[in-house]
Design a protein. Structure first.
Lengths: 614, 614
């Protein structure tokens, strides 16, 4: 099977540019599609609070409820702030756009860097949490969680390379089912509570959970719970997908989404507190709640199943968002141009591949644990939120007319998100949050380097009348790796270009090689297959460095025939099947790369291809 | 900094072929150098037995002592068997050599595949166990074990790419220190036992460790402990490093090594039993023993430190062994030829890189846990042992003279190792051992494919008088990606080759592109920078697939000018710094690859390089 057919089999038929238009979605569908990322955060937020509190002792787990209430209020503050982004930027108000338009390049790049990191982390965290839902139900799989996560990411990658778009309506069903199942669980739980039959776990004897709950720990628990807010900005990036009037519909949807998010988050936290649930290594809090309510029956598996599905869909959202942001940054010259290439299916395949590999790497390095990844994630998200809100304050200031109300709302949003950012960063500093600082600095540094380079290059490629000299005469140097049929062909092709001089040379790395090559060359000359006046120069390199030997020889030739244009003839043996390629021409490729890289060499390379048929 | 200087800074000065000779080592040094891999297995073997037994209940942990005694006897059986390999194959008796000489190709490949897998696993397992020694002492690092492991592998890779050889005498000190420290610990422990002051952990109340010890579990515990035997074959691979008489010295060393291995293994197992040590997730058994003996003082850290060091050295041994085996397989045509390339430092850099990446991947997929990797490792090792012993039986049969004694010894060795292989495979089937079956089948399949291909290729490159036709006239097709200074240069270069026909073409992926390119072309034609009679063909591809569009156009040209040789002129813009390369020419490279791969296209490629200076 040819590589092209494999590609087509994996990716499906190509999609022409004219058919790449966006579907519009109803508000309900929009809620489901843009809400996955946000609503799915409830799968881990409560657990995070409990994990932080358990450090102080089991007695303090009840503090989770007031913390969750405070966070729910914050969810509304942030949602109202983003509501304003929707009206101001109906074209899509990602933090990069908002900051670039209203703040400066530096903050826009900080925003862009945090956004890219967040997208990668959204995938890793959601996959890790989804797999945790699975391994809670099927415990023996716990040890294979990293491999399972990697398999899911590979699956998402293939699906996205095929060109599934986020606005696919089919993605809306699981969110509705998720809300339905969790809603049913809450109602069932409430009935049990009312009847006094709600199962409550027995706490270990009092003396085992002594401890002190300091302010630092309270703040850490609070910042842990703030992971519930991740993904809340998704609607503001997809305003154009809504039906007209787009902004109004998107704004309504955002507020509904925030309500649902807050309700589910509070519900889970309350039930966990009521049922004396403690965080465990191998079973999630939600799994414990569902198991205590439903036993190990079908209802339990429904809860775990839909949690896995919603988190997988949440992990899928960056596959639409990340490539889009990367392509915009590439368009602005901050990232390599490959990120702009729309593949045959109309997707940014380079961005998808990059996201996929990065999130796999994170998943592997953090042992497939959402808990280990969340500190980084939360800091990144709130960094983006803060910059976005700051940008909005400046946005309203620039608008004509009275926008005091809007400024006040975004200022509250800015203060709230910045406070969470600072608290999260400080309280999670030693839990991995510090890694974000070098990561973001490095990303910004690289983006600036790339931008500077592209700008300088554009300048240098401008037509200005000064052109490099072009010699009319050619000197051809044929690199001989072994004397065989293909070599004879390459020599004949070089001759057919009628160069002024033609030279053949071979790099030997041991004595035997010198003798065999010389003997063969002489034989074929006697048989008339190689011109009798063509000398084969054999260069012995005692460091076995063929590339370096070729480089030196080419530079000597260049000096010798400095009135000619130098053409280096490189033979490539092309086998008939694609997988056989890696078995040939590797040295030739290294040599070509080396010659290209060397500013002292000014030569063309003639690739003679000897295709071998089966 | 140029890429060459980075390479030199990382890898050091190159080493000429004439200086690549082997040092000889004394028996003591040989013991230390070839013994690391073997002796370091004691760091995890006892723990593995206890982990298997704990499944039956804490009461049965004491069964570990008789199991360890049986395994120690087995160590001697295997050592005596390998002693014969040393005499029969003083040139190096790896399983691949032994099986190829005495058995058939199939078994030789099974042996080779198991050997390669084992080398990778030796690195992953040793790193994982070494990091466990570290995280036992510094508990907060436990969550970062995968990252720490990856860092150590990267370090080993760099050191080995620099060309450190296994026979470096400096590697012998840690083994002596390891034996010294562990010996001292045993003596100190024995004194404590004699005085009755040996610290014994309190067992939980009786009712918590009820359980049944079935035969299956016994066998599993036994096979878990057999991981102590891994690495015992190392001496037989390095006979030539010993002073004359090589075989005698190596044989003596092997038996001493087996004695030391058995003693340390028994010592640890006995102390673990005596001290009521139970296996724990975050602290190794050895760490628990050392901590109970020494508290958290300097002696404790000495034990943990030397354990980390010896395991790191054990992880280093495959960096010498794997590339050597891979290069031999490449020489025999079973692996890509890259594995044969000795880099500038006289090391097989391709093999080192391959090993490094594979063991990192395994470490990440198995969450950096030695326990998870060991089932695979053990099965692979015993598969190699069995094939090796079987080969030796046939070897003695082929020799003239009476070799009954030798045959008996290797038959006992074969039976013992095969028994362990079967027990390990069956009892660890569901713990990951099954993965080895598809892995080894896949490796053998690929090796055979490669061999078949290389053999067919050799046949096809033989000079036989039938040569492809070479057209004397040239048609040149210049691919224009954008109209700029570099493009003008490429056109001028193509003209200087005086082809019969010359054509320029551009692939557009949107309407704006068509117009801009056309307008620029016209402008430069009017300015006389482009010949006025040269037409630019613009091809619009609605699937945004530049590669495919170029392919189709090239094939049309080929049909049109079928009496000419087709030369496709591809412009590469070469920036001045190496890292900037990834920002350019990616599409050009894809196009080149596509044209090379297509058997319908018979063309040369002229790479015109436009070097941009700073």
């Amino acid at each position: 099977m040819h590589v092209r057919s494999i590609k087509e089999w994996c990716l499906g038929k190509p999609l022409p540019t004219r058919e790449m238009k966006h579907e519009r979605v109803t508000n309900a569908e929009g809620l489901a599609i843009f809400g996955t990322d946000s609503v799915s955060s409830t799968a881990y937020a409560t657990e995070e609070i409990l994990q932080a509190l358990v450090g102080a002792g089991l007695l303090f787990l009840s503090v989770s409820v007031p913390i969750a209430i405070v966070i729910s209020l914050l969810i509304f503050v942030v949602a109202i702030s983003y509501r304003q982004v929707i009206y101001a930027y109906p074209q899509g108000g990602g933090v990069y756009n908002v900051a670039r338009a209203n703040l400066n390049e530096r903050l826009a790049l900080v925003g862009a860097a945090s956004l890219m990191v967040d997208y990668v982390l959204t995938s890793s965290v959601s996959i890790a949490a989804g797999i945790a839902a699975l391994t809670s139900a099927v415990e023996p799989l716990y040890d294979h969680r990293v491999m399972l996560g990697v398999i899911v990411i590979i699956g998402l990658t293939l699906v996205n390379l095929r060109g599934v778009r986020e606005s696919g309506k089919i993605f809306s069903y699981p969110t509705f089912i998720f809300i339905g199942i969790y809603g049913a669980m809450f109602i069932y739980g409430a009935i049990q509570m009312a009847q006094g039959t709600f199962p409550v776990a027995v706490m270990p004897p009092q003396n085992e959970f002594m401890g002190v709950l300091g302010v630092a720990l309270m703040l850490r628990a609070f910042s842990s719970g703030c992971t519930a807010m991740t993904g809340i900005e998704a609607v503001s990036n997809g305003v154009q997908a809504f039906k007209s009037p787009e902004s109004e519909n998107a704004a309504k949807t955002l507020m509904r989404m925030a309500t649902i998010l807050g309700t589910i988050f509070l519900g889970i936290t309350f039930m966990a507190w009521y049922g004396n649930i403690r965080p465990m290594e191998t079973e999630t809090v939600i799994s414990q709640i569902a198991r205590s309510l439903f036993g190990s029956g079908i209802c339990y598996y429904l809860v775990q199943g839909i949690t896995l599905i919603i988190l997988t869909l949440a992990a899928n959202t960056p596959f639409a968002g990340f490539p889009r942001v990367a392509s915009q940054l590439a368009k602005d010259g901050y990232l390599p141009r490959q990120f702009m290439n729309l593949g045959s299916k109309g997707v940014y395949h380079f961005g998808i591949a990059f996201l996929s590999l990065s999130s796999m790497l994170l998943l592997m390095l953090f042992q497939g644990k959402a808990h280990a990844l969340l500190p980084l994630y939360a800091v990144g998200v709130f960094l983006g939120f803060s910059i976005s809100q700051l940008g909005m304050i400046y946005y309203w200031k620039k608008q004509s007319g009275d926008h005091n109300w809007q400024i006040i709302i975004n200022t509250i949003g800015f203060c709230a998100t910045t406070a969470v950012l600072v608290i999260t960063f400080l309280s999670k500093l030693t839990h991995g949050a510090w890694m974000l600082v070098p990561a973001i600095i490095a990303i910004i540094y690289v983006m600036r380097l790339i931008k500077t380079h592209y700008m300088a290059m554009e300048q240098k490629l401008r037509v200005d009348g000064i052109m490099p000299t072009i010699h009319q005469d050619k000197t051809m140097a044929v690199l001989v790796s072994a004397v065989n049929k293909a070599t004879l062909y390459a020599i004949a092709v070089a001759q057919s270009h009628s160069p002024k001089h033609i030279e053949a040379f071979h790099v030997a790395i041991d004595e035997a090689d010198i003798q065999v090559t010389e003997a063969q060359w002489r034989t074929y000359q006697q048989e008339g297959l190689i011109p009798s006046d063509m000398k084969l120069e054999i260069i012995y390199n005692e460091f076995r460095n063929i590339t370096k030997a070729v480089n030196q020889h080419v530079r000597q030739l260049q000096d010798l025939w400095n009135d000619d244009e130098l053409v280096i003839v490189i033979l490539e043996i092309i086998p008939s099947k694609w997988w056989q390629h890696c078995l040939h021409n590797q040295t030739a490729k290294m040599i070509q790369l080396d010659i290209e890289n060397d500013p002292r060499i000014n030569a063309e390379i003639l690739d003679v291809q000897f295709k071998v048929k089966d």
